[in-house]
Design a protein around this ligand. Structure first.
Ligand SMILES: *Cc1c(COP(=O)(O)O)cnc(C)c1O
Length: 356
């Protein structure tokens, strides 16, 4: 195997300790333990504590483990929306969430930005009938980020509505006051640097109460997985189904590693590397940062308009053992997308930019 480095936006380079942890997991027979046994409950409980500690999540919020972020989007709609949801769309992932709601038979209200632009959340008008506001903090397709303070302020403005936030490609960098966000969802193959196939839901008491009310009123809030069934099981640190025990164990190990590094340092380093990326491309004679407005530029997903040279650049980088992502959808040939996750070092960033 080569010493290839994945700057792809997901899946991405695994966290440096993951290789060692996988070996250890096999030595400890983690893939064979029962998900109903004490050992698993302890892993889940530790993960719950470590995630809450790392991200400063209030103790009354619950942590649910599901299969992916898209599943988490579906559980969010089923569990909090009877008829109508509101969607802030800054790229393909916000669109996907809207589609999920529509597939579940909900009516959807949409505020959609032009590609590469943000949305003015300070003046967002949300109709009375919308029960939940769904937002993507950092749309990985466009590299557009929304200001977290503005998202938190939505809760102050609309206290009765559930605020649901996708942080898949900005966690653990993004610093959230969880008091103001009812549902935060993520998957682990991006910023946490783990193999794909595990999603996490961070759920407030208000969101859970909403799900309970819907269920009491005869609304189907899910089947084997619903906010209710997940909550019941999570109280005993279990999941309804046989979960991805190996990845759950690995996530807990990486959380411990990140606690050792310290979240402050992880965030600072992310910002330092992000500045290096943006300074480089702002000065580049030919390639341009796709997101023009600086406040909407993601610190974790750097999207560059490379004037149709996406494939050429990616092929050249590959020869030097670097992988970056192509553009998303219609921008496949026009863009490259580069991840700036905790696993990526400043040295690697500089080596990558030297080749561009
Ligand atoms: C990757 C990604 C998802 C989808 O995650 P899955 O694990 O494939 O479900 C959702 N939202 C954003 C912003 C993403 O980057």
């Amino acid at each position: 195997m080569s010493s290839k480095i994945f700057f792809t936006v997901g899946p991405s380079q695994v966290f440096p300790t993951v290789k060692k942890h996988i070996q250890k997991a096999l030595d400890l027979n983690i893939p064979s333990i029962s998900h109903r046994g004490q050992e698993f409950k302890q892993i889940y409980q530790e993960l719950d504590q470590n995630l809450k500690k790392l991200l400063k999540i209030p103790p009354d919020h619950q942590i649910f483990l599901v299969s992916s972020a898209l599943e988490a989007m579906e559980r969010t709609i089923q569990g909090t929306v009877k008829k109508d949801s509101f969607h802030v769309i800054t790229g393909s992932f916000g669109k996907t969430w809207t589609k999920i709601a529509q597939n579940l038979g909900k009516t959807t209200q949409i505020q959609e930005a032009e590609p590469g632009q943000g949305i003015d959340l300070k003046n967002l008008s949300v109709p009375l009938q919308s029960e939940t506001i769904c937002l993507t903090h950092n749309d990985t397709s466009t590299g557009v980020t929304l200001e977290i303070k503005d998202i938190e302020n939505l809760k102050k403005k609309f206290p009765q509505k559930i605020i649901a936030l996708d942080v898949v490609s900005s966690i653990p960098y993004v610093d959230i006051n969880y008091k103001f966000i009812d549902i935060v969802l993520l998957s682990v193959q991006k910023g946490f640097g783990l193999p794909a196939g595990l999603g996490v839901l961070i759920v407030s008491p208000q969101a859970l109460k909403r799900a309970q009310n819907l269920q009491n009123n005869g609304v189907v809030v899910g089947s084997y997985h619903s906010l209710i069934s997940l909550s019941e099981k999570a109280k005993e640190f279990q999941t309804p189904e046989t979960p991805n025990v190996l990845n759950i164990w690995l996530l807990n190990q990486v959380l411990k590693d990140m606690l050792k590094v310290g979240i402050k340092k992880i965030r600072q380093e992310t910002e330092i590397k992000s500045k290096i990326f943006y300074n480089f491309f702002d000065k580049h004679p030919k390639y341009k940062v796709f997101v023009k407005n600086k406040i909407n530029r993601s610190n974790t997903v750097i999207v560059i308009d490379v004037a149709g040279e996406s494939k050429i650049i990616r092929d050249r980088l590959k020869k030097h053992n670097f992988e970056v992502s192509s553009g998303y959808g219609p921008f496949k040939e026009q863009h490259i997308r580069i991840a700036n996750f905790p696993t990526h070092t400043k040295k690697q960033v500089e080596a990558l930019l030297n080749l561009i």
